[in-house]
Design a protein around this ligand. Structure first.
Ligand code: FES
Length: 153
């Protein structure tokens, strides 16, 4: 027996079906956008342990003597190195004690500055000169060996 057109199953793409699919897709996308940060907050990814690395080469002394200061990374930790003729080489954490931005060396001004809220730090002591930072930059022991600067992390 042959089917007539009125007996065939509904397989047409209707405007209503297209809207249902689009609404369903946008609901799923919205929920993913809302839930992903919540899940990331509740179950953060494991962080690689940045443990004590001991003595790590951080820079060349010749380079540091020219720039008087630089921000670099040693053992995955941001550090700021400074050089002064009398004070020698100093090393500090480059993470601002205000809200955690990475500080920068202002070679034209001769101090360490946080670009986020303009905290300024003394390049020989790490002490706060001005700005909202509540405490000095934590120091690291630094030493010169030949033409290399080493930091103990
Ligand atoms: Fe450095 Fe605010 S994060 S001054």
């Amino acid at each position: 027996m042959e089917r007539t057109s009125s007996e065939q199953p509904e397989s047409r793409i209707t405007r209503r079906n297209v809207l249902k699919v689009l609404l369903g897709y946008s609901f799923v996308a919205t929920m993913a956008g809302v839930l992903t940060p919540i899940i990331g907050y509740l179950w953060p990814p494991e962080r690689r342990e940045v443990g004590r690395a001991g003595r790590v080469r951080a820079a060349s002394l010749a380079e540091l003597q020219v720039t008087q200061g630089l921000v670099t990374a040693a053992n995955d930790q941001a550090i700021v190195l400074t050089y002064h003729e009398r004070a020698g080489v100093k090393a500090f954490s480059a993470i601002c004690t205000h809200l955690g931005c990475v500080v920068q060396w202002k070679d034209d001004a001769g101090y360490i500055q946080c670009p986020c809220h303009d905290a300024r730090f003394n390049p020989q002591t790490g002490a706060v000169i001005s700005g909202p930072a509540p405490s000095p930059l934590p120091p690291y022991p630094a030493e010169v060996d030949g033409d290399d600067v080493y930091v103990s992390l």
